[in-house]
Design a protein around this ligand. Structure first.
Ligand code: FES
Length: 175
C-alpha cells in the first residue's frame, strides 16, 4: 500500500511539472516581440482566378455540352445552355452554366446525360445534377461537381471567373 501511495505521489509531481512547463510556454509565447508575429497564410485553394473567355452565347446549342478548359487546358469542362433558369445560371435567361467534367471522387471523365441534365461517372457511378449547381445525387463522391462562376458581357461573350469547388487532383485550382 505504501508503495502504491509513493507511485501516486510521483505521478502527481510529474503532472504538476508538466503544468509548469505548459505555463512557461504560454508566458514565452506572450512575450514574443511584435515583429515575430505573422499573418496566417491563406489556404492553398484561395487563389486569384483568371478571367478566361470560353465561348460566345451564339456557340451554344440547347442542352448540348460545349467543350472548354478552365482555369487551364488541363482542366476539361463544358458549358451548357439548359433552357431554364438554374442555380448559378448566367445570361439573359439564367440558363447558361459551366462545370468541370472530371469526377471529384477519383478523376474519371464524366458523361453528360441530356435527358435528365446529369453528369455521370463510369468509374464508380457518381451522378451530379447540372440543374442544381453540380450537386452530387448518387455514388461515391463526397464532393459536388466544381461549377464555374460565369460572366457574360453585352456582346454575348462568356467568361469563367472562378470555381466553387476544388478540382480533382489539385491542391489549388490555379497552379
Ligand atoms: Fe467517379 Fe469514382 S471516379 S465515382
Amino acid at each position: 500500500m505504501d508503495r502504491c501511495n509513493r507511485l501516486v505521489d510521483v505521478g502527481r509531481r510529474q503532472f504538476l511539472r508538466g503544468g509548469a512547463f505548459a505555463a512557461a510556454g504560454v508566458a514565452t509565447a506572450v512575450a514574443l516581440p511584435a515583429q515575430a508575429e505573422t499573418k496566417a497564410a491563406p489556404g492553398l485553394a484561395l487563389v486569384e482566378y483568371p478571367s478566361n473567355k470560353l465561348a460566345n452565347i451564339a456557340d451554344l446549342k440547347p442542352n448540348e455540352p460545349f467543350d472548354v478548359g478552365y482555369p487551364d487546358e488541363n482542366a476539361p469542362g463544358v458549358l451548357l445552355k439548359l433552357g431554364m433558369k438554374v442555380e448559378g445560371g448566367a445570361g439573359p435567361d439564367g440558363d447558361i452554366v459551366g462545370f468541370s467534367t472530371i469526377c471529384p471522387h477519383k478523376g474519371f471523365p464524366l458523361n453528360y446525360n441530356a435527358d435528365d441534365h446529369s453528369f455521370n461517372c463510369p468509374g464508380h457511378y457518381s451522378r451530379f445534377d447540372a440543374d442544381a449547381g453540380g450537386q452530387q445525387i448518387w455514388g461515391q463522391s463526397t464532393a459536388n461537381l466544381p461549377q464555374y462562376a460565369l460572366r457574360i458581357d453585352d456582346k454575348g461573350d462568356i467568361y469563367a471567373e472562378g470555381l466553387d469547388e476544388l478540382l480533382y487532383g489539385r491542391l489549388s485550382n490555379v497552379l
